[in-house]
Design a protein around this ligand. Structure first.
Ligand SMILES: Nc1ncnc2c1ncn2[C@@H]1O[C@H](COP(=O)(O)OP(=O)(O)OP(=O)(O)O)[C@@H](O)[C@H]1O
Ligand SMILES: [Mg+2]
Length: 313
């Protein structure tokens, strides 16, 4: 396995950003090929900036980045033919029909007509767009337009797909169809850089993940690596009446409908679950989701107000 994207000490300061901190700071990342690589983080963390630099749409300030072995600063033409992008904000051409827009995109990428036609049909089917294929794009709903963009990029023959919040605004069924299309692209040995605020989506799809916070990389690894690095990798839910003070010695407690949610270390989580069962309370015990990890790490970073949150190793 090789690396699809590599960066070293990448820094980006937008022109005219007076005194503000950099949009990306000292970002060193190796993104393996043939997998989904998820990038998560709060609004303004730098995800789109990173995607746009790697997709050669934005010039970096310092440091370096290579995509498929080519330098983004000097070899953008070699990169552009081998990548495809669903930008965070984009609309497919309004005045064309759905099937025309996908077909034309593939033709412009250099596919021969028969291949482009077959791929268009296939992608429209996969994202349940076949019934809309003769509709003008301007007459589609927002989510359907987003699906058309996903179809274009997923139907392409690009080796790296940059998907910047591809499923934002999609209904739950359509989201899962995009997931399936992403998995299929991975079976075809393509690489996907995915940003998303749906952490269930990031967790379900990503082989590795990066968590950005205020332009910096604060966590990187497989979902398991990330879980191993948070203070409280287990979550216990307790339904029924029990004094909150008693729970506090086990971990971090928050009230939920009808009971409490406790984030805890493994042994404390077990002890607490046992205690609650003995008292006849309803208990749920499991590893934290990516959302729990996010809230833990980013929540601490906000409390600290420091540039880089401390993560227990
Ligand atoms: N064109 C621009 N000019 C100046 N500053 C910008 C520009 N685009 C983004 N920024 C700033 O750079 C930082 C990173 O923005 P970016 O869009 O990369 O964040 P993001 O992680 O994609 O956020 P979101 O989750 O909201 O999409 C933010 O502070 C943002 O205000
Ligand atoms: Mg963004």
């Amino acid at each position: 396995m090789g690396f699809a994207i590599r960066t070293e000490h990448l820094r980006k300061v937008y022109p005219g950003a007076h005194g503000a901190s950099a949009a990306l700071e000292d970002l060193t990342l190796d993104i393996p090929d043939g997998r989904v690589y998820g990038v998560i983080g709060r609004n303004g963390a730098g995800k789109t900036t990173f995607v746009r630099i790697a997709a050669t749409q934005l010039v970096l300030t310092s440091g370096s980045a290579t995509v498929l072995g080519h330098d983004v600063a000097t070899e953008e033409r070699a990169i552009r033919t081998r990548i495809a992008c669903v930008p965070q904000e984009a609309r497919p051409l309004y005045f064309l029909n759905v099937d025309e827009v996908v077909y034309l995109y593939l033709k412009l990428r250099g596919l021969d007509p028969a291949d482009a036609r077959a791929r268009t049909k296939d992608a429209l089917e996969q994202l349940s767009l076949t019934e809309f294929r003769r509709r003008t794009v301007s007459r589609l709903s927002g989510g359907l337009r987003r699906r058309v963009l996903c179809a274009m990029v997923l139907a392409s023959d690009a080796e790296i797909l940059f998907l910047d919040e591809p499923t934002t605004g999609l209904d739950p069924i359509a989201r899962r169809q995009v997931w399936e299309a992403i998995r299929r692209a991975i079976r075809e040995r393509r690489t996907i850089l995915l940003t998303t605020h749906y952490l269930d989506e990031a967790e379900a799809l990503s082989a590795r993940l990066a968590l950005f916070e205020r332009g910096r990389l604060v966590l990187e690894g497989t979902p398991e690596d990330l879980r191993a690095r948070v203070r409280y990798p287990y979550r216990v839910t307790i339904q029924g009446s029990t004094p909150r003070e008693e729970l506090q010695s086990y971990g971090r407690v928050s009230a939920i409908e009808g009971g409490f949610l406790v984030f805890a270390r493994e042994s404390e989580a077990r002890d607490l679950a046992r205690l609650a069962l003995e008292r006849g309370l309803k208990v749920g015990l499991g590893p934290v989701s990516l959302e729990g990890i996010f809230l833990d790490v980013v929540g601490r970073s906000i409390e600290d107000e420091g540039p880089t949150p401390e993560v227990e190793g």
